[in-house]
Design a protein around this ligand. Structure first.
Ligand code: 20M
Length: 470
């Protein structure tokens, strides 16, 4: 048997245990859906449901041992009140071999669509277990995390793309212009893997090795992201305050070719830029083969630090003007800003350097906390709500509509997602059929089986195709 924390029955909020007793008697169908009700960004990148399905829902996920273990724990948890649905779970083990009698339809992963549209729907396929549809809410709503990371990283990419298209010769660097530094700021190895993977929907640079493992295991990609050698403060400061030049020389000799990033603010970044990179070691840097030195300021106000760094490096190494008339450093030297990077600061930095005549192609960003951690379920207001039931075989539309918050009104009916002239709309399934419009939602899970297995390659292509159209 799987260890306790992997007991499927325990992957839910406690109150779910009591809900089978609360629905109208003879409820035989429950239909629920997941949406982003709006939020920071008006378009969402759908991503990550497949990870949850493969990890938790596919195959024989309920066993009699789990039922016994859950019963023991829950009877104590509810202070002896025996509300646990033993019969219901036993039925799933006996009649369905522990496979979940559910159907999940979802928009293809990587789709970019306006908020307030259905992203996936869930319904029971066996009329005896209608309660199961909402039992899985807790687990499935955790999709908010990869979806929100992918959405945030996508919008950062759109911002960077805008500046590249205005100030650079080509868009070639775009896939590497936002590197994931978020591993250490994540709350667990699993979140780092999943969040890091969501970032890789949009970019190809990462230091979050857990994301590579997740990409291979869950999205069939054998190498999802790339990195490069780089210094950290310890490898610089162990040489002593007076020997920064010795540190840089040694490191450049130990790693004699290819790009390398060097953190430059251990003591006095201006001394580093003017006298070490642009002075004693200038010749060595200019002769470096296969890739240049990427200078990393790591403190100070980001847009001013990037601008000052570019200006000093420009004075020392020279610049050329690209086809759009913006300044470009020679290929042996560039800048990475990895401190204080979020959606808002990217815009500020890029506009500051553009105004000073610098192309965005001189710069790469690294982001950690803001990329994988500075977001929550409310960033895109993710919610899972019941929209349709059948009681005694009779269908009823259901929804909530709180007087205290009209934004929380939920949709009614069995839902479909349709696309006409490139615009997504959510309709009642019967209206979509009447209009002859095809449902964009595809069955991804049915009765324990995964019905769709998207590769990261497909997801990436879909996300970027959508971006370039909008
Ligand atoms: C170096 C340089 C870049 C990205 C990543 C690295 C190495 N990894 C680092 N990891 C960190 C983790 C946590 N905090 C800080 C760091 S780090 O900043 O020290 N570096 S880069 O983004 O500057 N860049 C260099 C150029 C490269 C893309 C990535 N291009 C060369 C040709 C095509 C891609």
């Amino acid at each position: 048997m799987r260890p306790g924390h992997e007991n499927f029955l325990l992957l839910a909020d406690s109150y779910k245990i009591s809900h089978h007793l609360q629905y109208p008697p003879e409820t035989n169908k429950i239909f629920s859906y997941f949406e982003s009700r709006g939020g920071k960004f008006d378009k969402t990148v759908f991503f990550g449901l497949q990870y949850i399905l493969k990890k938790w829902l596919v195959g024989e996920v309920v066993t009699i041992e789990m039922v016994n273990q859950a019963e023991q724990l829950l009877n104590k948890h509810f202070n002896g009140n025996k509300i646990f649905n033993r019969k219901g779970w036993e039925y799933i083990v006996e009649e369905h071999g522990g496979r979940l009698p559910l159907r999940i339809r979802a928009v293809p992963e990587g789709t970019v669509l306006p908020t307030r549209n259905v992203l996936f729907t869930v319904e029971n396929t066996d009329p005896k277990v209608a309660w199961l549809t909402n039992y899985v809410e807790t687990l499935l709503v955790q999709c908010w995390y990869p979806m929100t990371v992918a959405t945030n990283s996508y919008h950062m990419k759109c911002r960077i793309a805008e500046y590249l298209s205005q100030t650079a010769d080509s868009m070639d660097k775009l896939p590497y212009m936002l590197h994931d530094f978020g591993y250490r700021g994540s709350t667990s190895v699993e979140s780092a893997g999943l969040g890091g993977l969501a970032h890789l929907v949009n970019f190809e640079g990462t230091d979050t090795l857990a994301a590579l493992v997740a990409a291979e295991e869950y999205y069939g990609e054998c190498m999802a992201g790339y990195s490069l050698p780089a210094t950290e403060h310890s490898t610089m400061t162990t040489w002593g305050r007076d020997n920064e030049v010795g540190a840089v020389r040694h490191i450049l000799e130990q790693i004699p070719e290819g790009p390398i990033s060097i953190v430059s603010d251990s003591y006095d970044i201006f001394n580093m830029l003017e006298n070490i990179f642009g002075g004693e070691l200038k010749d060595k840097i200019e002769k470096r083969q296969g890739g240049g030195v990427v200078v990393r300021p790591d403190s100070g106000e980001p847009s001013q630090m990037v601008l000052q760094t570019l200006n000093i490096l420009g004075d020392k190494f020279g610049t050329s003007l690209n086809s759009q008339g913006y300044k470009v450093l020679p290929p042996c030297i560039s800048v990475i800003q990895g401190d204080g990077i979020c959606y808002e600061s990217i815009e500020q930095i890029l506009s500051t350097i553009k105004e000073a005549g610098w192309s965005a192609e001189n710069l790469v960003f690294g982001s950690g906390g803001a990329l994988l951690q500075k977001l929550d379920r409310d960033t895109q207001k993710c919610a899972y709500k019941c929209s349709y039931v059948e009681v005694n075989g009779e269908g009823r539309e259901v929804f909530k509509d709180p007087v205290t918050d009209p934004g929380k009104k939920s949709k009614a009916g069995r839902l479909a997602l349709v696309k006409a002239d490139g615009q997504f709309t959510t309709l009642r399934a019967e209206d979509a059929v009447a209009r002859g419009q095809e449902d964009e939602l595809e069955v991804v899970f049915e009765n324990g089986e995964l019905k769709r297995d998207w590769t990261l390659k497909e997801v990436r292509a879909r996300a970027w195709k959508n971006a370039t159209k909008s």
